[in-house]
Write a protein that binds this ligand. Sequence first.
Ligand code: SF4
Ligand code: SF4
Length: 388
Amino acid sequence: MGVVSIEKCPDYNIDTVTRAIEKSFERLGGVEKYIKPGMKVLIKPNLVMKKKPQDAATTHPSVVQAVSSIVQKAGGKVIIADSPGGLFTPKALNGIYHVCGIEKAAQESGATLNFDFSESEVDNPQGKYLKKVTILKCIADADVIINIPKLKTHGQMVYTGAVKNMFGAVHGVLKAEYHLRMPDYSEFANAIIDIFLSAKPVLNIMDAVIGMEGAGPTAGDPKHIGLILAAENAFELDYTALSVIGKNPLDVPVIREAVDRGLLNGEENIKITGEELNKVLVKDFNIPQIDNLRAVQFFNRGLLKIFVNLMKPRPDFIYEQCVGCLECQKNCPANVIKVDNKKPLVELEKCIRCYCCQELCPAKAIRIKRPFLAELVLKLSRILKKYK
Ligand code: SF4
Ligand code: SF4
């Protein structure tokens, strides 16, 4: 039976976070269980884009610093690495480390920031679609990987936590290729699982102090949760995190596919340690993406299938907020964003609904809009539920 530790952590004061993470390590068997002196330990935060810590889009620097300090104290040599969205160049990475507060976290804890852009192909025998995966060399070469995700909503995948965070083990160009090759929810969820399995983090420590609800993973609203969650099994950690925010984990494609693949056996096989789950539940955590997916699933059967694409929410530009940076166009895997009179426009019939444009827009100028018909289906299903 897998163990998930739930620890209260009301704020990002470094002493508070360090205490919570030390306790999490203790509950899982002690830091020595994972770290031996001299080990090369890679810490993988979520650094999706250049965002300030208070935006709640990236793993908070206090969490990165605390994990790094604890590991260094145990004799590990820490490297902090991620392949964020957008350009993966020394300049872009430097800006992200700086603005996200990770540069300072590394200095304070004596860690090294990764600037090695080389890749390695690794075998992935457990992979469903990806039996070999090309990941960052620093990740392939590490003795131990500690995954430190942030709890957030996600445009395409509904939720991003521990499993999805390891998608950052692959280079940006390859990420775009996976989006293109596997636009279907279930296929892409399986690709994410495959990539996670190829990277093999031994421990997952989640920043759920302040998560992100609404239009995640970068344009949503910060939501206080007040917890650090930790587990060896990332699937069980995500299952527990979704339960904390009051959602059915099986509504999330990655979790559903993980159950199908026998990587997760449900809550009866998860032992919670630390805080009791029912005492830390968060009410009204807003994940609009669950409804989006429900509407799509309603049409994903029989003859109705021809309407599936029409049911998928589409990217919609808010031109008053657009600053004309064209990051959306540069990062569209399907290359379907054109510019007319300095305004980005999407060829919707060719759009694969990956929402990379929304994720990487620095001005929150793209929203994910549900089609009218999908809205109608959801309203009807709510009414029907009421009278059942
Ligand atoms: S990324 Fe956002 S701000 Fe930049 S051009 Fe596209 S919509 Fe406008
Ligand atoms: S327009 Fe946006 S949602 Fe559509 S394929 Fe391009 S990045 Fe993905």
